[in-house]
Design a protein. Structure first.
Length: 178
């Protein structure tokens, strides 16, 4: 094969995008740890050290982490997308509606460094239930053997427009614990 006929290696941006897809579980774990690091660092620096962090071992309850501070409990589902992503909606488990202080925190991050750049919030005041998730039922991302993407009856679709943009980790802490 001549050099001009050789297949060019994929561009770095394409490799990076495919890694975000193929290694999404690793990325989600890393982002969860980065978020908790920011949260705990902020609380430490502000002398608010009464905090407990409980991580879900099994993803059945609709949340990723439980946070408690000064008697306020939050069941938090973490979502994420990188800056510039076309993702404008997320699937949310209706099981989160049954959890005290259920809320969703959407992390927007830099696709190369994984640095968290923005936070988007969906939830109620401390001690109140999660607001209504709406009626739009989500669908599986992959089709069945016939190519049909079946409904996921206990999941709802939330658009980015339903989330409140937060400026920084200070505002996240205020939303979580008042």
């Amino acid at each position: 094969m001549s050099q001009s006929a050789q297949i060019a290696p994929p561009s770095p941006a394409k490799n990076e995008a495919s890694a975000h897809s193929s290694d999404s579980s690793l990325r989600e774990q890393a982002l969860g740890h980065l978020f908790l690091g920011q949260l705990l660092t902020f609380m430490w620096r502000n002398a608010t050290r009464d905090i407990e962090v409980l991580k879900s071992e099994v993803d059945r309850g609709g949340y990723d982490v439980v946070l408690e501070s000064n008697g306020v409990i939050r069941h938090v589902q973490l979502k994420s997308s990188f800056r510039g992503s076309k993702v404008r909606e997320v699937d949310v488990s209706t099981k989160l509606l049954r959890k005290p202080g259920g809320c969703i925190l959407w992390l927007e991050f830099d696709r190369e460094s994984l640095a968290i750049e923005r936070f988007y919030w969906f939830g109620g005041n401390a001690g109140t239930a999660l607001p209504d998730l709406g009626l739009r039922i989500s669908r599986h991302s992959k089709g069945n053997s016939e190519g049909e993407k079946n409904e996921r009856p206990i999941h709802r679709v939330l658009t980015r427009g339903r989330f409140e943009a937060l400026a920084d980790i200070r505002e996240v802490v205020e939303k979580f614990f008042g």
